[in-house]
Ligand binder design. Structure first.
Ligand SMILES: NC(=O)c1ccc[n+]([C@@H]2O[C@H](COP(=O)([O-])OP(=O)(O)OC[C@H]3O[C@@H](n4cnc5c(N)ncnc54)[C@H](O)[C@@H]3O)[C@@H](O)[C@H]2O)c1
Length: 311
C-alpha cells in the first residue's frame, strides 16, 4: 500500500512541512490543499519540478478531499498569519489568539470535508490556537480522540531543549523533559521532568550556577524574536510536525509531548503520551511537583475557557 499524507494550507509552515516530507522517505502519495486554488496548483507544479532531483519519487495531488479516504496522516497547517502580522492593535503583534475567530470557520469547513472523505487515519493539528483547533477538528470529524493530535508544546519543548543544551554545552537531543500545558501563554517548563548529563536538572543547575528562570524567559522571548524578525516561524514547527508524522507512519511508539485529550483535565492539552500508528496508544503519568500540578490545572482552565467561548 502506498503511504499517503495530506497537508492542508500551503503557507510558510505547510510548504516547509512538504519540503521535509519530500526528503523524508516516509511518503509515496502527497495530497496538498490550499483554499487559494492557484497557490495550491503553483505549489504542486513547483514540487513536481523538484522531483527529478530528489532521491525518492512522490505522487502529488492537489485540492482533492476524496483522496484522503485512504490517507495515513493529514496535517493541518491552514491559517492566516497576516492577521497576526498586521493586527488592528499593534500591541497584539504576534498574538496567536488573533487567528482564533478567523481560523474557526476554516477549520469547521475543512473538518467537514475530511469527515465526508471517509478519512480514518491520524490528524495532526498545527493551526493556531493549537489546543482549541485540535478540539474543534476532533469534534467535527468525529474521529476518536486518540486519532486527533495537536503539535502543542512539542515545539516549545524543543525550544527548551535548545536553551538547556546551550547552557550545558550538549546536543539538544541529549536533553530530556517537557514543556506542558497550552501552546500559548500559560505553558510552562516542568523542570522536575528535565534531565541533562544524565541528572535531574534542578540540583545540577544549582551546582553549576545555571539560572533556570532566565532559560525559561529566553525560550519564550526568542520565539517572538523569530516571529518579529522573519515574520513567521517555520523550520522548528515543520520539524516537529514531520517528526510526529514519522512516528505515526513507522508505528514507533515514542514518548512525546503533544496536545492530546486528557480525561482528568477534561480537555486537550500538551502532556507526554506514547504515539504509534493508531495515534495516542498509551497515556503516561508524570510525578509533577504540587506547583507544576497547579500550573497545569491553570493551563487547562485557560484552554477550556477559550473552547467555551466558541460554543
Ligand atoms: N502550533 C505551532 O506551534 C505553530 C507554529 C507556527 C505556526 N503555527 C500556525 O500554523 C498556521 C499556518 O502558519 P503559516 O505561517 O503557514 O500561515 P500562512 O498565512 O503563511 O499560510 C496559511 C495558509 O493556509 C491557507 N488556508 C487558509 N484557510 C484554508 C482552508 N480553509 N483550506 C485550505 N487552505 C487554507 C491560506 O490560503 C494560506 O496559504 C497558523 O495558524 C500559525 O499560527 C502554529
Amino acid at each position: 500500500m502506498p503511504r499517503k499524507i495530506g497537508v492542508i494550507g500551503m503557507g510558510n509552515v505547510g510548504t516547509m512541512v512538504v519540503q521535509y516530507l519530500l526528503t523524508s522517505g516516509i511518503v509515496d502519495d502527497l495530497v496538498i490543499f490550499d483554499k487559494n486554488k492557484a497557490k495550491a496548483h503553483a505549489n504542486a507544479l513547483d514540487i513536481r519540478d523538484g522531483l527529478p532531483n530528489l532521491p525518492d519519487h512522490v505522487n502529488i495531488q492537489e485540492n482533492d478531499y476524496s483522496a484522503l479516504k485512504d490517507a495515513d496522516v493529514v496535517i493541518s497547517t491552514l491559517g492566516d498569519l497576516g492577521a497576526e502580522l498586521h493586527p488592528k492593535d499593534p500591541k497584539r503583534f504576534g498574538d496567536r489568539m488573533i487567528e482564533f475567530p478567523l481560523n474557526t470557520p476554516e477549520v469547521k469547513s475543512v473538518a467537514k470535508h475530511i469527515k465526508v472523505s471517509g478519512f480514518h487515519g491520524i490528524l495532526i493539528v498545527v493551526t493556531n490556537p493549537c489546543d482549541v483547533m485540535t478540539y474543534l477538528y476532533q469534534k467535527i470529524t468525529g474521529l476518536p480522540k486518540n486519532q486527533v493530535i495537536g503539535t502543542g508544546t512539542l515545539l516549545d519543548s524543543a525550544r527548551m531543549k535548545r536553551h538547556v543544551s546551550e547552557a550545558f554545552h550538549v546536543d539538544p537531543r541529549s536533553v530530556q523533559g517537557f514543556t506542558l500545558g497550552e501552546h500559548g501563554g500559560s505553558q510552562f517548563i516542568a523542570w522536575s521532568t528535565v534531565r541533562v548529563l544524565s541528572q535531574p536538572i534542578i540540583p545540577l543547575a544549582k551546582k553549576m550556577h545555571v539560572d533556570l528562570n532566565s532559560i525559561e524567559q529566553s525560550a519564550r522571548k526568542e520565539s517572538f524574536v523569530v516571529f518579529r524578525d522573519k515574520q513567521c516561524t517555520q523550520y522548528g514547527i515543520a520539524a516537529a510536525a514531520v517528526r510526529l508524522a514519522r512516528i505515526i507512519m513507522s508505528d514507533a511508539r515514542t514518548e512525546i509531548p503533544v496536545c492530546n485529550y486528557r480525561d482528568e483535565y477534561q480537555t486537550y492539552l500538551s502532556y507526554p503520551v506514547i504515539v504509534g500508528q493508531k495515534g495516542v496508544v498509551r497515556h503516561v503519568h508524570l510525578n509533577l511537583t504540587n506547583e507544576e500540578k497547579k500550573k497545569l490545572t491553570h493551563s487547562a482552565d485557560c484552554i477550556k475557557k477559550d473552547i467555551n467561548s466558541m460554543n
